[in-house]
Structure formats: structure tokens, C-alpha cells
Design a protein around this ligand. Sequence first.
Ligand code: GAL
Length: 547
Amino acid sequence: MQKVQASRGPRATWAVLLVLAVMNLAVPCAIQTANAQRQIAVPPPPMGWSSWNSFSNTVDATIVIDQAKAMVASGMAKAGYQYLNIDEGWWLGQRDAQGNIVVDPAAWPALAPGEHAGDMANIVRYIHALGLKAGIYTDAGMDGCSLYPDLGPVYQHVGSEGHYQQDFLQFATWGFDYVKVDWCGGNKEKLDPAVQYAEIARAIGKAEAATGRRLYLSICDWGNNSPWTWAPNIGGAPADIWRTSGDIVAPIVPHEKHSGRLASFSGVLSNFDQGIHPQAQHTGFYNDPDMMVVGMPGLTDAQNRTHMSLWAISAAPLLAGADLTTLSDATLATLTNPEVIAVDQDPLGLQGVKVASYGDGLEVWSKMLSTPGERAVLLLNRTGDPAAIAVHWRDLGISDSSPATVRDLWARKDLGSFNSSYSATIQPNDMAMLIVHGSEGALTTCTPAGADGVRRDQEVSFSHVSSRVRVARVRISYINADKTPQFAELRVNGQIATRIAFPPTGGGSTAGAVWIEAILDREGASNVLTFSPISGTSLSIESIAVE
Ligand code: GAL
């Protein structure tokens, strides 16, 4: 249980209260049973498909059309997958005299009467007509990754450097909804990704303003220069994702060079581990451990389920990389399990964290969900032997003194009600994915230091914050009466700042809440959280509640 700062028993507490009242200062923090707060949903991580893993730079309109049709026919679209992302290989580095990207008319022909070959708007219209969204790809540097092709010839200058405004406007004008920006050229030129991606995000903002189309930003510098420290809300992006590692596997294209390649389960685990940065993942900004290899050569059905569970517990983007036209029933069932997808897409948008481990390789991961008292839980056995793994309610931040129900999300079965813990035997390199539903634990509510009412668009500081866990879930109560999200920079202790999005709370003065995870690395009631509004004039941060 947390201690209220300066609390030394009832008499001392009242004395402190009296002194503070006399000084006209608010009590900084007080333990409360978690009171209901109107939670404001944040944008979920994107779901879709990317052409890279299974088609490399052979991607063309025929492939994309087949995949789009399969996404609908297989039921994946119904399950929530929506983006059809065209990765590297769609463009060969040619520009016209005005600097516009020239597109191969044979690879991207007219698809409907009145259309012209070599116009990417054709494929976008096709994708949109199926009720799906379209993604495109470029590089932040002068050259792209086709300078080092895994397959096919070298192409130079497949990058957007020097053409940011022009290219992102072009993508939005073609109608794309999503753009992945790679870093091969940036890396070669030793550019600073934090600088380049901010410029790119601003160019996207201008393209959005000019066309009215939202272009979702996917940053791909493979975790170089710790993007989790600078990528959330970079250049004003209202929501974005950033890669945290290299590729799980290089492309596996049937009948082409390297077609015998295999994805590996250790690669999946390694990317998962590198993607855990809960302090940066919140309010619509997500760590991206790479598109999934679920259903690709090399993984068993059980490993595919574990892969999907790992991505879901960490609220990673769910971008399938397998060929959607040849999915087995088992793979399809794995990709479309609605309960696992719901964990990934939960409107709190938080990343799961490891809450317990036993010896080497037996781990309990937990993700707070938007239904109060609910946690998604992953019991993960990384060892070569079967082992019992227990999850204790106290490690989940739910009440230890009331029973909680447990549901198995892969068996799709309620397992019953349990007091204080649940244990299961987990097979080697396997997992159990559960929903534990108990009673929400107590929170400590803090008001801004020296607060004297609502503070609009001003820096607010919460001092004397304690928590019983190092990576603490923090509920932020705020009012944003505007129609668009407002943003604030959060500094915790001496750590690198992160940026938080505060979606509109609706008219009036009723506060809403978003959740973040913060590393409260100081002992006792000595953590300091400072919020500095970045944009707008209507953000008012009222209080925080800390587990
Ligand atoms: C890599 C990236 C892959 C894919 C590839 C295309 O840098 O990590 O996801 O986009 O480039 O060449």
C-alpha cells in the first residue's frame, strides 16, 4: 500500500492537513479507492497487412488487389484489419522534370475506365472501394533500401529527401491513408532521425491541411537513436508508430531467391523484448516491433499464437506479413481471434509490462484494460521444459482480498473464480493468454503542487508522488474543451520527456481521463511529474491518480 506523503498516523495527518489549509495549499496526494472517471478513448494501434515480408520488391497492383480481396473474403477485414500497405519496391527512383515521382505504368496500370496507367490513385481507389485503407512507403534519405536489395536490381534515389513537401502532398493527393518512412538513406548519410522525422511529420501536416486527408506516420529507423525518446507526437503527429528493432526476418518470396528462408521464434521474442518502452507508449503513440510473421514459413501454429499474444499484450501494430491468399485455417483463426485482438486494440492504449518472473524464462506480463478491474495477462514460458507459472492479483494492481475471474483467450473458455492467484502449467516456448477480472486496487490521487483551481494551458507539477511499482500506471484527469487533441510534454524526475495526447473531453467542464505508464524510479513520495502544454489554449490538467 502506498503512503500519503508526510502521513504519520491519523493525528499527524490532520496536523499536516491543518497546516496546509492554513497555507492555502492543496494536499499533494491522498489514497482513494479508484473512483469512476470518464475514460477518453485514444487511437488504437493500426491493423492491416504489409507487402514486404512475402513479396519484397516484387509488389505490384495485381498482388495488392489479390491481398485486398483476401483480406475481405477471409474475414480479416471484419476482425479489424484495414490497412493494405505497399512497402518498398513500388517506385524505382525516377522523377520527372518537376521532381514528381514517376510510377511504372506496367506495374500500376489503370484499373477502371477513365484511369491512367502509372497513377497510384488507381490502386488507392480500388482499396477504398473495398472499405479498406491504403498505405505507401518511402525513405527519409536520398536513397532508399533498394540500394541494398535483398531481391532484384539496385535502384538509387528511392528516397524523399529534398522532396518532403512534394512527396507527402503527392501521397495524400493519391488518397493514401498511411505512410511508412524508412531510414536506409538517412542512415547512409548519417542524418539525425529525430530531426528528419520531425520535418517529415510537419510536411505530412501540411499535406493533410492541403488535402483534408489524414496520413498516418509509421517511422522505421529500426530503433536507432532510441525513437521512443523522441517519436511520440514528433513534428505534431497526432498519432504515430515507430519501429524499435530490425526485421524479424528478411522477405520470403516463393520461387524467388531466398525462398527457403525461415522465420524463427527466437527472432519473434527478440523483437518483442526490444519493443517494450511503456513510458513512451500511450494516448495513440505506439512502439512497433515489426510487422508480424504469423503464418510464414518457420513457425508452428503454437508459436504463431504466442507471437500474436506477444504483439497483443504489448498493444503493437497488428500488421500481417504473410500472403493472405494462402493462409491456413489455423493461421486465420490466430490472426482473427477477437478476444486477443480486443486486448491489442483496448481503448486505454497501454503497453503490457512484465510484472513477475520466476528464474530464467518464466514470466508474467500484464496489460491494464479499459474495463475497471480487468487485466490481460500472459503467462510466458521461454524455457525448454513445461513449468507452472502463477499470476498473483497483487502483481496486477487489483484487489488481493476479493476473488477474480479468469478467462483463457485461446481456449475461449471461462476458467472460474480464484482467490489471490491463478496458476497453470505452460508448455515449453508457449504461453497462456488470460483476462483476469477482479476489483480495481486503490489509487493515490494527487493535485498539482500549489494548485488553486483550474489552470488552463499552464505548466503543472505533481510533486511528492509515490507508487508501489516502478513502472506505474498513472491516470491523468483533464479538460480539453477544444475539438482537436491537445498535447503536453511530460517530464518525470530527471528522465527524457515524452509527449502525451489529450483528446477532446467534449464541451463543458467535466473532466475526462487518459492513462499513461511512468517510470517512478524514486523511493517514497519523491517523484515529480511535470506537464507542459505544447499546443492550444484549452488544456487543463486537473489531477493524477497513481497505482
Ligand atoms: C527495411 C524495413 C523493412 C522493409 C524494408 C524494405 O529497412 O525494416 O520493414 O520496409 O526496409 O526495403
